[in-house]
Design a protein around this ligand. Sequence first.
Ligand code: ADP
Ligand code: MG
Length: 766
Amino acid sequence: MLQLKNIKKSYKVADFTQVALNDVSLKFRKSEFVAILGQSGSGKTTLLNIIGGLDHYDSGDLIINDKSTKKFKDTDWDAYRNNCIGFIFQSYNLISHISILANVELGMTLSGVSKKERRQKAIEVLKKVGLEDHINKKPNQLSGGQMQRVAIARALVNNPDVILADEPTGALDSKTSVQIMELIKEIAKDKLVIMVTHNSELAHTYANRIIELKDGNIISDTNKLDKQKVDKKYNIKKTAMNFLTALSLSFNNIKTKKGRTILTAFASSIGIIGISIILSLSNGFDMQINKFEKDTLSSFPITISRQATEMTAEDMMTLTPDKTDSYPDTNVIYPYDTASSLLIHKNVFTEEYLKYIDEINEDDVVGISYLRTMGLNMLVKNNDKIEYINNLNMISLPKQLKQNEQSFLESAYDLLDGSFPNDKTEIVIAVNEKNRLEKSVLEALGIDVNKEEIQFDELIGKEIKVILNDDFYINTNNYFIPNMDYEKIYDKGITLKIVGIVRGKEDNMLPQIVSAMSMSQGAGNILYSNELAEYIINENANSKIVLKQQEEDYNILTGEKFTENATKDDTLAYLGAKDIPLLINIYPVDFKAKENILNYLNEYNKDKPDEEKIIYTDLADTFSTLSSNIMDAISWVLIAFSGISLIVSSIMIGIITYISVLERTKEIGILRSLGARKKDVSRVFNAETFIIGLTSGVIGIVVARLLLFPINSLLKDLTDLNNVAVMNPLHVLILITVAIILTLIGGLIPAVIASRKNPVEALRTE
Ligand code: ADP
Ligand code: MG
């Protein structure tokens, strides 16, 4: 069945060529026990390796069942070794980190025999060689004779046609040698056994054919064969190791060096730890910002003032007003427009626009507040003495579109004493967060401000009169002057009554925003309803002073000419003639409502020429995009740093895999002798890096998760925010995948190196 035709093989060492086999021709029977004798270096091992397909001849041919092997590819040789050949080596060549049973099963694993069948067959042959009691031991727990029995069992288990044994008893004592020889002789009954030995006594006792080699030539053959029988239907099944086998092989190997593996995985997980902490932080901050936006920023009003800028805060940051180079090499000056003069837009509030604002969907707004320049003519009676008061930190509350709703005041302020207003003439005093109120206000209301503390009820019930224009101003030809006879006009005034003391709710931004609209922000205010403001404007609109002012081209209160900074419109607004506000603030109900409002406002500008467009400012928006952009930038820089550590660690994995390849060279040889393909060998190492990558990814995530506890409690101390850093499950998956991919890449080159190893040389390493 096997035939060698003029086989030649030589090895080149430096510039010297060593002929190992010199024109060897041989024919073998289907079953016989052939012993090959010869001195050391005569070419016996080379001959055996060539027969076993582990090494390849230079010229000649090896014919297997009438089939030339000249055109054999690597995979054909692999399949041939796996199916037809069983090797037994002098030094046993067992894989030390897996059990006896697994060692015996390995060849079958490669050819894809099912687990159950594998186990059954392995146990069967192990019984045959007398080792059934040792199947779960590791090779180094056995004696030399026992190890050789394991090797014999492994060679037999796939039921090959040819058993090749290279000095199988060379390392055994004579008694054990005899037992092994008996076993091999038994096998030779129905198989071709070719055994190399230099013990001619053993050879003559057991073998039925003895071939002697000398310097690569056959010098004698005791039982030559001339005619061969040929088995035509001979068919070799290809081998393939599946990834799970590779994994379990690597896993067992890794188990024997747990410490190193864990250290490697931990070192390479540092990058993952860094990146996942950074991602968690930025993810968490994003969530915090979103929450903050929804909770707080949504209550930030949309502001529409008479002058607006079309630039976003971002634009302003990146804006450089001129395009010339810095430090130009010229001796001229380049004039340029300032950014502000270029980008300020004048919003003209027409009646049409104010009406449009009034028609905003009432479900979307909490309220709309108007900042007006109207002056209120106010009188107050303190201790029977009537005094004129000018500025009382009066602010009109936002207009509420929806009736029967909880009022703006009640939703944003706590009532400290008295009651909330029920009527447009009822007003409240809003103290600041420290219960403070400006002295000038208290003084105007007749309170002794030298006292440390003022009781609420000293203020509640106090009345203020607002005198309409026609009762307040006297016409003296060209001018109007205030009527100083307060006693007379006091009773004609509209009576405003302080009914309660309020204070902005904690954590509510609205009171501060409202207060920011007055000159005395933060110092406490007197709040009155928008209804009252509208009522007074309505009453004053047709007053004599207003009608007269509309006719004249000078300020009828002072006699001064109008200028660009003191226009007729300003004076009319002060007198309450027109309800044209200085500033409009629209308070959205929530985030969604805000979108609706913005869409509504944009709709107004559609198809309008630029100068008629009304541009609004969304403070919350510029604020939040700015902050999240900064967060993004910081995250990317930190991720880049951790990325570098990730790459460094995958290079390290490469080195460690390479060391592992060096350490496992023998195992590579054994696998190849059992018929493993090059691919299978690289698969074993890829499986190893896969395990390391997975471990490092998991360690990285777990450590990062644990680190989030102290990080979060630190952030809690620093920023008072709870659970800022939050891991995104998607990031976890991506990071573990990245860890695996990077380590696989790192281990790829060493794995290829491993697979390219010459199996004969690999077996020779110790
Ligand atoms: P034996 O098994 O009979 O002792 P070998 O077949 O191992 O002899 O070796 C035959 C000859 O070929 C020896 O001279 C040996 O030095 C040489 N040889 C074998 N393998 C190699 C190799 N890989 N590189 C160089 N020389 C080799
Ligand atoms: Mg040898």
